[in-house]
Design a protein around this ligand. Structure first.
Ligand SMILES: NC(=O)c1ccc[n+]([C@@H]2O[C@H](COP(=O)([O-])OP(=O)(O)OC[C@H]3O[C@@H](n4cnc5c(N)ncnc54)[C@H](OP(=O)(O)O)[C@@H]3O)[C@@H](O)[C@H]2O)c1
Length: 258
């Protein structure tokens, strides 16, 4: 049955940056479809709280702290998951940061470096850590959370834009390298989603008005509106998809020129 292809029972999923926002919703979605989810972020207390909530609803979840920019944390995360469950089927590189708003000309290289470390380099390193386990299991699904900011330039987000474009090409390269091991790698590009990360941007009335006007659906997304795609890409329902980039932006990238 095609419906069964969405079932994630027996699969173990790691989601970085999952204590709130889009990551939390994607973790919930995958747990509701039967996966055991490893909720991860920088703060153990925050991920424990999410995992406890999921468990109270009958979902399978644990929380493991991991600052994705820290090599020891990344290694410990993968080691703990393998020790506890013996497998990793799904990795969602979702944790992201945007410490600098402004032009490239004035961009502090330290802010650029931090953005690349958290948004891109961590995804390279974490993928490399899980790849041998996925390969030995006969496959897996890796999902990078990019952004429409990786497809379209902005005058404000510079380092963030560059990092989100890099994630897309990272995934395409991984897809062609690891397809022979049945490891699929795909990217999701959300438009504007109401979360802590977008709070500052959406707090500006003029920006908010412009975004709402240009977005075909005339509104921002909720984090839950990103979760279905994660379930799809994690599951056998997308078994022939790899190296693809899915845009989920309410039509914002199609803003009319006239
Ligand atoms: N919101 C949007 O409009 C939007 C649009 C396009 C793409 N995105 C992308 O979607 C992803 C999630 O964003 P969001 O809006 O859901 O953000 P959010 O609500 O601010 O949540 C960010 C999550 O990442 C964790 N985190 C932050 N830095 C981390 C690090 N260095 N290591 C591990 N975890 C870290 C945070 O938890 P702790 O504080 O506990 O670590 C939190 O769980 C990001 O990659 C973002 O670029 C967002």
């Amino acid at each position: 049955m095609i419906k069964e292809k969405f079932d994630l029972t027996g699969k173990v999923a790691i989601i970085t940056g999952a204590s709130k926002g889009i990551g939390e919703s994607m973790a919930r979605g995958m747990a509701e479809f039967g996966a055991t989810v490893v909720v991860s972020s920088r703060k153990q207390a925050a991920v424990d709280e999410v995992a406890k909530q999921f468990q109270s609803e009958g979902l399978a979840a644990i929380g493991i702290e991991c600052h994705v920019g820290n090599a020891e944390h990344r290694q410990a995360l993968v080691k703990k998951v393998i020790e506890k469950y013996g497998r990793i089927d799904i990795l969602i590189n979702n944790a992201g940061t945007n410490p600098y708003y402004g032009p490239i000309q004035r961009m502090p290289m330290a802010a650029y470096q931090k953005t690349m470390d958290v948004n891109v380099n961590s995804a390279i390193e974490l993928s490399n850590l899980v790849q041998p386990f996925m390969k030995a299991q006969g496959g897996g699904s890796i999902i990078h959370i990019s952004s429409i900011e990786g497809l379209h330039p902005s005058k404000m987000m510079t380092a963030y834009n560059i990092s989100k474009t890099a994630l897309i090409m990272l995934g395409k390269n991984q897809a062609i390298e690891w397809g022979k091991h049945n490891i699929r790698v795909n990217m999701i590009c959300p438009g504007y989603v109401r979360t802590k990360l977008s709070e500052a941007l959406l707090a500006d009335d003029a920006t908010k008005e412009r975004l709402e006007k240009n977005c075909a659906l005339g509104r921002y997304a909720t984090p839950d509106e990103m979760a279905g795609m994660a379930v799809f890409l994690a599951s056998d329902a997308s078994s022939y998809m790899t190296g693809s980039t899915i845009v989920n932006d309410g039509g914002l990238l199609h803003a009319p020129l006239f």
